[in-house]
Design a protein around this ligand. Sequence first.
Ligand SMILES: Nc1nc2c(ncn2[C@@H]2O[C@H](COP(=O)(O)OP(=O)(O)OP(=O)(O)O)[C@@H](O)[C@H]2O)c(=O)[nH]1
Length: 297
Amino acid sequence: MADLSLFSNEQIAALLSALPDPAFILTRSGRYAAVFGGTDSRYYHDGSGLVGKTLDDVLHPEKAAWFQAQVAIALASQGLHVVEYALGRDDVKGIGTDGPEELIWFEGRVQTLGYQVLEEEAVLWVASNITASKKLEALLRMQSETDSLSNLPNRRKLMSSLTEHFELFARYKTPASVLIFDIDHFKSINDGQGHLAGDRTIAATADVCRRELRATDFPARLGGDEFVVLMPHTDSEQALPITERLRQRIAEQAGATISGGLSEMTAGDLSYEEVLKRADDALYCAKRDGRNRIVRS
Ligand SMILES: Nc1nc2c(ncn2[C@@H]2O[C@H](COP(=O)(O)OP(=O)(O)OP(=O)(O)O)[C@@H](O)[C@H]2O)c(=O)[nH]1
Protein backbone atom coordinates (compact mmCIF):
# COMPACT_ATOMS: atom_id res chain seq x y z
CA MET A 1 0.00 0.00 0.00
CA ALA A 2 1.45 3.37 -1.03
CA ASP A 3 2.10 6.09 1.56
CA LEU A 4 -0.16 8.82 0.13
CA SER A 5 1.21 11.42 2.54
CA LEU A 6 4.27 11.55 0.24
CA PHE A 7 2.06 13.15 -2.45
CA SER A 8 0.15 16.39 -2.53
CA ASN A 9 -3.46 16.37 -3.78
CA GLU A 10 -2.24 17.99 -7.02
CA GLN A 11 0.31 15.23 -7.46
CA ILE A 12 -2.32 12.54 -6.89
CA ALA A 13 -4.60 14.24 -9.43
CA ALA A 14 -1.69 14.40 -11.91
CA LEU A 15 -0.95 10.75 -11.25
CA LEU A 16 -4.56 9.72 -11.98
CA SER A 17 -4.63 11.74 -15.17
CA ALA A 18 -1.33 10.11 -16.23
CA LEU A 19 -2.88 6.61 -16.14
CA PRO A 20 -2.14 5.22 -19.62
CA ASP A 21 -5.58 3.59 -20.00
CA PRO A 22 -8.84 5.39 -19.26
CA ALA A 23 -10.35 4.50 -15.88
CA PHE A 24 -14.04 5.18 -15.27
CA ILE A 25 -15.87 5.23 -11.97
CA LEU A 26 -19.29 3.82 -12.83
CA THR A 27 -22.12 3.46 -10.34
CA ARG A 28 -24.53 0.52 -10.15
CA SER A 29 -27.27 2.53 -11.89
CA GLY A 30 -24.87 3.39 -14.73
CA ARG A 31 -23.70 6.91 -13.85
CA TYR A 32 -20.22 8.05 -14.91
CA ALA A 33 -18.97 9.55 -11.63
CA ALA A 34 -15.40 10.23 -12.82
CA VAL A 35 -12.97 9.54 -15.66
CA PHE A 36 -9.19 9.44 -15.23
CA GLY A 37 -6.31 8.99 -17.66
CA GLY A 38 -6.33 7.61 -21.21
CA THR A 39 -5.24 10.95 -22.65
CA ASP A 40 -3.23 9.68 -25.65
CA SER A 41 -5.50 10.33 -28.65
CA ARG A 42 -3.67 7.72 -30.75
CA TYR A 43 -5.39 5.11 -28.59
CA TYR A 44 -8.40 6.76 -26.94
CA HIS A 45 -11.09 9.38 -27.32
CA ASP A 46 -11.38 12.03 -24.65
CA GLY A 47 -13.94 10.63 -22.19
CA SER A 48 -14.04 13.60 -19.82
CA GLY A 49 -17.36 14.73 -21.37
CA LEU A 50 -19.01 11.58 -20.00
CA VAL A 51 -18.81 12.64 -16.35
CA GLY A 52 -22.28 13.40 -14.98
CA LYS A 53 -23.96 11.39 -17.76
CA THR A 54 -25.38 7.87 -17.59
CA LEU A 55 -24.80 4.80 -19.79
CA ASP A 56 -28.33 5.31 -21.18
CA ASP A 57 -27.49 8.93 -22.11
CA VAL A 58 -24.49 8.00 -24.22
CA LEU A 59 -24.98 4.45 -25.54
CA HIS A 60 -27.46 2.56 -27.67
CA PRO A 61 -29.98 0.89 -25.26
CA GLU A 62 -28.68 -2.64 -25.97
CA LYS A 63 -25.06 -1.65 -25.32
CA ALA A 64 -26.03 0.36 -22.23
CA ALA A 65 -27.84 -2.70 -20.83
CA TRP A 66 -24.77 -4.85 -21.51
CA PHE A 67 -22.44 -2.43 -19.67
CA GLN A 68 -24.83 -2.19 -16.74
CA ALA A 69 -25.02 -5.99 -16.56
CA GLN A 70 -21.20 -6.18 -16.40
CA VAL A 71 -21.16 -3.65 -13.55
CA ALA A 72 -23.73 -5.80 -11.71
CA ILE A 73 -21.60 -8.95 -12.27
CA ALA A 74 -18.48 -7.20 -10.92
CA LEU A 75 -20.41 -5.94 -7.87
CA ALA A 76 -21.86 -9.41 -7.22
CA SER A 77 -18.37 -10.95 -7.39
CA GLN A 78 -16.98 -8.30 -5.01
CA GLY A 79 -13.77 -8.52 -7.04
CA LEU A 80 -12.37 -8.26 -10.56
CA HIS A 81 -14.49 -8.99 -13.65
CA VAL A 82 -12.75 -9.02 -17.07
CA VAL A 83 -14.65 -8.39 -20.32
CA GLU A 84 -13.92 -7.75 -24.01
CA TYR A 85 -15.95 -5.48 -26.26
CA ALA A 86 -15.72 -3.25 -29.32
CA LEU A 87 -16.81 0.38 -29.61
CA GLY A 88 -16.73 2.78 -32.53
CA ARG A 89 -16.45 6.56 -32.22
CA ASP A 90 -20.11 6.92 -33.14
CA ASP A 91 -21.23 4.38 -30.54
CA VAL A 92 -20.63 6.76 -27.62
CA LYS A 93 -22.26 10.19 -27.58
CA GLY A 94 -20.24 12.94 -25.89
CA ILE A 95 -16.68 11.65 -26.38
CA GLY A 96 -13.96 13.66 -28.11
CA THR A 97 -13.66 13.40 -31.89
CA ASP A 98 -9.88 13.45 -32.20
CA GLY A 99 -9.29 9.83 -31.17
CA PRO A 100 -8.99 6.80 -33.49
CA GLU A 101 -11.46 6.58 -36.40
CA GLU A 102 -11.62 2.79 -36.50
CA LEU A 103 -13.56 0.48 -34.24
CA ILE A 104 -11.60 -0.05 -31.01
CA TRP A 105 -11.44 -3.38 -29.20
CA PHE A 106 -11.21 -3.03 -25.43
CA GLU A 107 -10.38 -5.27 -22.57
CA GLY A 108 -12.37 -3.95 -19.63
CA ARG A 109 -11.06 -4.75 -16.15
CA VAL A 110 -13.93 -4.02 -13.83
CA GLN A 111 -13.05 -3.83 -10.13
CA THR A 112 -15.57 -3.41 -7.31
CA LEU A 113 -14.90 -0.34 -5.15
CA GLY A 114 -15.28 -0.91 -1.43
CA TYR A 115 -17.11 2.37 -0.83
CA GLN A 116 -20.08 4.27 -2.20
CA VAL A 117 -19.87 6.98 -4.84
CA LEU A 118 -22.81 9.38 -5.37
CA GLU A 119 -24.55 7.26 -2.67
CA GLU A 120 -24.34 4.12 -4.79
CA GLU A 121 -22.15 1.06 -5.05
CA ALA A 122 -19.57 1.63 -7.77
CA VAL A 123 -16.82 0.00 -9.83
CA LEU A 124 -13.54 1.14 -11.30
CA TRP A 125 -13.65 0.23 -15.02
CA VAL A 126 -10.25 0.32 -16.75
CA ALA A 127 -10.59 0.09 -20.55
CA SER A 128 -7.40 -1.01 -22.39
CA ASN A 129 -7.14 -0.71 -26.16
CA ILE A 130 -6.39 -4.26 -27.43
CA THR A 131 -7.19 -3.59 -31.12
CA ALA A 132 -3.68 -4.43 -32.37
CA SER A 133 -3.61 -7.84 -30.68
CA LYS A 134 -7.22 -8.53 -31.80
CA LYS A 135 -6.21 -7.82 -35.41
CA LEU A 136 -3.17 -10.06 -35.09
CA GLU A 137 -5.32 -12.79 -33.54
CA ALA A 138 -7.80 -12.57 -36.46
CA LEU A 139 -4.97 -12.67 -39.00
CA LEU A 140 -3.34 -15.70 -37.36
CA ARG A 141 -6.68 -17.49 -37.14
CA MET A 142 -7.36 -16.78 -40.81
CA GLN A 143 -3.89 -18.01 -41.79
CA SER A 144 -4.25 -21.18 -39.73
CA GLU A 145 -7.48 -21.95 -41.58
CA THR A 146 -6.38 -21.06 -45.12
CA ASP A 147 -4.38 -23.04 -47.67
CA SER A 148 -1.71 -20.70 -49.00
CA LEU A 149 -1.53 -22.08 -52.57
CA SER A 150 -5.25 -22.03 -53.39
CA ASN A 151 -6.34 -19.42 -50.83
CA LEU A 152 -9.23 -21.72 -50.01
CA PRO A 153 -10.11 -22.91 -46.51
CA ASN A 154 -7.78 -25.77 -45.56
CA ARG A 155 -8.47 -29.21 -44.18
CA ARG A 156 -8.67 -27.98 -40.58
CA LYS A 157 -11.33 -25.37 -41.40
CA LEU A 158 -13.20 -27.84 -43.60
CA MET A 159 -13.43 -30.36 -40.77
CA SER A 160 -14.86 -27.77 -38.39
CA SER A 161 -17.43 -26.65 -41.01
CA LEU A 162 -18.39 -30.28 -41.68
CA THR A 163 -18.83 -30.85 -37.94
CA GLU A 164 -21.00 -27.75 -37.63
CA HIS A 165 -23.21 -28.67 -40.61
CA PHE A 166 -23.48 -32.29 -39.50
CA GLU A 167 -24.79 -31.06 -36.14
CA LEU A 168 -27.32 -28.81 -37.92
CA PHE A 169 -28.42 -31.77 -40.01
CA ALA A 170 -28.70 -34.09 -36.99
CA ARG A 171 -30.74 -31.51 -35.04
CA TYR A 172 -32.87 -29.78 -37.67
CA LYS A 173 -32.64 -32.14 -40.67
CA THR A 174 -31.14 -29.28 -42.69
CA PRO A 175 -29.86 -31.04 -45.84
CA ALA A 176 -26.24 -30.70 -46.93
CA SER A 177 -24.26 -32.25 -49.79
CA VAL A 178 -20.57 -32.99 -50.03
CA LEU A 179 -18.53 -33.22 -53.24
CA ILE A 180 -14.99 -34.61 -53.22
CA PHE A 181 -13.08 -34.07 -56.43
CA ASP A 182 -9.57 -34.68 -57.65
CA ILE A 183 -7.73 -33.38 -60.71
CA ASP A 184 -7.36 -36.07 -63.38
CA HIS A 185 -3.82 -37.27 -64.16
CA PHE A 186 -2.41 -34.50 -62.04
CA LYS A 187 0.84 -36.39 -61.68
CA SER A 188 1.40 -36.18 -65.43
CA ILE A 189 0.88 -32.36 -65.34
CA ASN A 190 3.61 -32.18 -62.67
CA ASP A 191 5.88 -34.63 -64.49
CA GLY A 192 5.31 -33.20 -67.99
CA GLN A 193 5.10 -29.44 -67.35
CA GLY A 194 6.78 -29.10 -63.98
CA HIS A 195 5.68 -28.64 -60.39
CA LEU A 196 4.95 -24.92 -60.86
CA ALA A 197 2.50 -25.71 -63.66
CA GLY A 198 0.89 -28.20 -61.27
CA ASP A 199 0.64 -25.44 -58.64
CA ARG A 200 -0.93 -23.08 -61.19
CA THR A 201 -3.53 -25.72 -62.06
CA ILE A 202 -4.45 -26.05 -58.37
CA ALA A 203 -4.75 -22.25 -58.03
CA ALA A 204 -6.81 -21.98 -61.25
CA THR A 205 -9.14 -24.75 -60.08
CA ALA A 206 -9.68 -22.87 -56.81
CA ASP A 207 -10.42 -19.65 -58.75
CA VAL A 208 -13.12 -21.43 -60.75
CA CYS A 209 -14.66 -22.74 -57.51
CA ARG A 210 -14.79 -19.20 -56.07
CA ARG A 211 -16.34 -17.81 -59.25
CA GLU A 212 -18.85 -20.55 -59.97
CA LEU A 213 -20.18 -21.56 -56.57
CA ARG A 214 -22.70 -19.69 -54.43
CA ALA A 215 -21.39 -17.58 -51.56
CA THR A 216 -22.97 -20.07 -49.12
CA ASP A 217 -21.15 -23.04 -50.66
CA PHE A 218 -17.91 -23.94 -49.03
CA PRO A 219 -15.03 -25.10 -51.27
CA ALA A 220 -11.87 -26.24 -49.47
CA ARG A 221 -8.56 -27.84 -50.40
CA LEU A 222 -8.23 -31.19 -48.69
CA GLY A 223 -4.58 -31.59 -49.71
CA GLY A 224 -2.59 -32.41 -52.89
CA ASP A 225 -4.96 -32.26 -55.87
CA GLU A 226 -8.05 -33.10 -53.79
CA PHE A 227 -10.81 -30.62 -53.03
CA VAL A 228 -14.09 -30.80 -51.13
CA VAL A 229 -17.16 -28.65 -51.66
CA LEU A 230 -19.71 -28.54 -48.83
CA MET A 231 -23.11 -27.35 -50.08
CA PRO A 232 -25.39 -26.41 -47.17
CA HIS A 233 -29.18 -26.45 -47.59
CA THR A 234 -28.79 -28.56 -50.74
CA ASP A 235 -29.65 -32.24 -51.22
CA SER A 236 -27.58 -34.26 -53.67
CA GLU A 237 -30.28 -34.14 -56.38
CA GLN A 238 -30.11 -30.33 -56.35
CA ALA A 239 -26.33 -30.42 -55.99
CA LEU A 240 -25.71 -32.68 -59.01
CA PRO A 241 -26.30 -30.03 -61.75
CA ILE A 242 -24.21 -27.52 -59.75
CA THR A 243 -21.30 -29.95 -59.54
CA GLU A 244 -21.70 -30.85 -63.25
CA ARG A 245 -21.44 -27.17 -64.14
CA LEU A 246 -18.38 -26.80 -61.90
CA ARG A 247 -16.75 -29.78 -63.64
CA GLN A 248 -17.35 -28.21 -67.07
CA ARG A 249 -16.09 -24.79 -66.02
CA ILE A 250 -12.89 -26.27 -64.53
CA ALA A 251 -12.28 -28.16 -67.81
CA GLU A 252 -12.80 -24.92 -69.79
CA GLN A 253 -10.93 -22.52 -67.53
CA ALA A 254 -8.34 -24.39 -65.44
CA GLY A 255 -6.80 -26.52 -68.16
CA ALA A 256 -7.52 -29.84 -66.44
CA THR A 257 -10.45 -32.17 -65.94
CA ILE A 258 -11.72 -33.40 -62.61
CA SER A 259 -13.49 -36.49 -61.30
CA GLY A 260 -15.86 -36.15 -58.38
CA GLY A 261 -17.98 -38.11 -55.95
CA LEU A 262 -21.13 -36.54 -54.55
CA SER A 263 -23.09 -37.56 -51.48
CA GLU A 264 -25.46 -36.02 -48.95
CA MET A 265 -26.01 -36.26 -45.20
CA THR A 266 -28.49 -39.03 -44.46
CA ALA A 267 -30.49 -40.03 -41.38
CA GLY A 268 -28.35 -43.13 -40.67
CA ASP A 269 -25.02 -41.25 -40.60
CA LEU A 270 -23.27 -41.12 -37.25
CA SER A 271 -20.75 -38.47 -38.33
CA TYR A 272 -19.68 -36.43 -41.36
CA GLU A 273 -16.93 -39.01 -41.94
CA GLU A 274 -19.55 -41.43 -43.26
CA VAL A 275 -20.69 -38.86 -45.83
CA LEU A 276 -17.10 -38.17 -46.86
CA LYS A 277 -16.46 -41.91 -47.18
CA ARG A 278 -19.49 -42.34 -49.50
CA ALA A 279 -18.38 -39.37 -51.59
CA ASP A 280 -14.84 -40.80 -51.74
CA ASP A 281 -16.17 -44.20 -52.87
CA ALA A 282 -18.18 -42.41 -55.59
CA LEU A 283 -15.00 -40.53 -56.63
CA TYR A 284 -13.26 -43.88 -56.98
CA CYS A 285 -16.11 -45.03 -59.29
CA ALA A 286 -15.76 -41.83 -61.35
CA LYS A 287 -12.03 -42.54 -61.84
CA ARG A 288 -12.71 -46.18 -62.66
CA ASP A 289 -15.44 -45.30 -65.19
CA GLY A 290 -13.13 -43.10 -67.25
CA ARG A 291 -12.62 -39.79 -65.29
CA ASN A 292 -13.93 -36.30 -66.18
CA ARG A 293 -17.28 -37.06 -64.52
CA ILE A 294 -19.23 -36.71 -61.26
CA VAL A 295 -20.78 -39.82 -59.70
CA ARG A 296 -23.55 -39.49 -57.12
CA SER A 297 -23.68 -42.13 -54.41
N1 LIG B 1 2.30 -29.20 -58.07
C1 LIG B 1 1.83 -29.77 -56.95
N2 LIG B 1 1.69 -31.10 -56.90
C2 LIG B 1 1.21 -31.67 -55.80
C3 LIG B 1 0.84 -30.89 -54.68
N3 LIG B 1 0.38 -31.75 -53.73
C4 LIG B 1 0.45 -33.00 -54.24
N4 LIG B 1 0.95 -32.97 -55.49
C5 LIG B 1 1.19 -34.10 -56.41
O1 LIG B 1 -0.07 -34.45 -56.99
C6 LIG B 1 0.00 -35.78 -57.49
C7 LIG B 1 -1.33 -36.45 -57.14
O2 LIG B 1 -1.52 -37.50 -58.00
P1 LIG B 1 -2.71 -38.51 -57.80
O3 LIG B 1 -3.95 -37.80 -57.39
O4 LIG B 1 -2.26 -39.62 -56.89
O5 LIG B 1 -2.87 -39.13 -59.21
P2 LIG B 1 -3.29 -38.44 -60.57
O6 LIG B 1 -2.08 -38.33 -61.42
O7 LIG B 1 -4.03 -37.17 -60.34
O8 LIG B 1 -4.22 -39.54 -61.17
P3 LIG B 1 -5.77 -39.72 -60.98
O9 LIG B 1 -6.17 -39.00 -59.74
O10 LIG B 1 -5.96 -41.18 -60.86
O11 LIG B 1 -6.37 -39.14 -62.21
C8 LIG B 1 1.20 -36.43 -56.82
O12 LIG B 1 2.22 -36.57 -57.80
C9 LIG B 1 1.63 -35.38 -55.76
O13 LIG B 1 3.05 -35.36 -55.59
C10 LIG B 1 1.02 -29.47 -54.75
O14 LIG B 1 0.74 -28.70 -53.83
N5 LIG B 1 1.50 -28.96 -55.92
